[in-house]
Design a protein around this ligand. Structure first.
Ligand code: PGA
Length: 259
């Protein structure tokens, strides 16, 4: 049974003071979390403060990006070890905003994935098609190419640390969510690609999040789909009340978890 994982991607939001405030609300609302991994991904500047606030809780810390080199002349960049030093355990890689605005290619994402794994950071690797690609019926082809490119060359034993986030670009920040059926269909397809790339064991074990306009109102139905293992939440992770509701929606009844 895959443990669901819900991550809050705060993007370029929250000063340190605002971040600390939000975490206080989250801790109050979440209490004992139960059988779900919860990860907060604040901007770099708030990582240390958020890390301190969540220490001793079940909440984990993640970054939103990193560079693939260990150190060097890369002005403005952050290396994996610097994130580890701040007790980050996860890092979002290849988000569509990074791909679109900062021209990250599958090859770049792949280098980052390897660097993250080498430093024992769990990469949350984002894939997803644009509206144009979906309307042209090319969504599966596009996602398969991103998966094969971004996740190439991972050793079999390391796949368990990889999390995939399926985020259709047309659903990100638009209020337009993929239907649970559309999302489930793609998640099942992604498992099929993993089966071909690696094997059936890895395909069954890797956690695949859905992302794109997740809200308390649609979370339970999305998370109830067989191949959806939680979510990557943008806008709704910026308010404690909505993020707590979404985390609760990811608790599977079978886990019997009181929140
Ligand atoms: P959204 O963002 O929930 O605001 O649509 C999701 C994401 O980009 O990770």
């Amino acid at each position: 049974m895959r443990k669901p994982i819900v991550a809050g991607n705060w993007k370029m939001n929250k000063t340190v003071a605002e971040a600390v405030d939000l975490v206080a609300g989250l801790k109050r609302g979440l209490g004992e979390i139960g059988e779900v991994d919860v990860v907060l991904c604040p901007p770099f500047t708030a990582l240390k403060a958020v890390g301190e606030e969540i220490s001793g809780t079940q909440i984990d810390l993640g970054a939103q990006n990193m560079h693939w080199e260990k150190s060097g002349a890369y002005t403005g960049e952050i290396a994996a070890e610097m994130l580890r030093e701040l007790y980050c355990h996860y890092v979002i890689l290849g988000h569509s905003e990074r791909r679109q605005y900062f021209h990250e290619t599958d090859e770049i994402v792949n280098r980052k994935v390897h660097a993250a794994l080498e430093s024992y950071l769990r990469p949350i690797v984002c894939v997803g098609e644009s509206l144009e690609e979906r309307e042209a019926g090319r969504e599966k082809e596009v996602v398969e190419k991103q998966l094969r490119g971004s996740l190439a060359g991972i050793e079999k034993g390391r796949w368990i640390d990889v999390i995939i986030a399926y985020e259709p670009v047309w659903a990100i920040g638009t209020g337009r969510t993929a239907t649970p059926q559309q999302a489930q269909e793609m998640h099942a397809f992604i498992r099929g690609v993993l089966r071909e790339m690696v094997d059936a064991g890895v395909a069954a074990a890797v956690r695949i999040q859905y992302g794109g306009s997740i809200k308390p109102e649609n979370a339970a139905e999305l998370f109830g789909q067989a191949d959806i293992d939680g979510g990557l939440v943008g806008g709704a992770s910026l308010k404690a009340v909505s993020f707590v509701e979404i985390v609760k929606a990811a608790l599977r009844p079978a886990a019997g978890g009181a929140v």
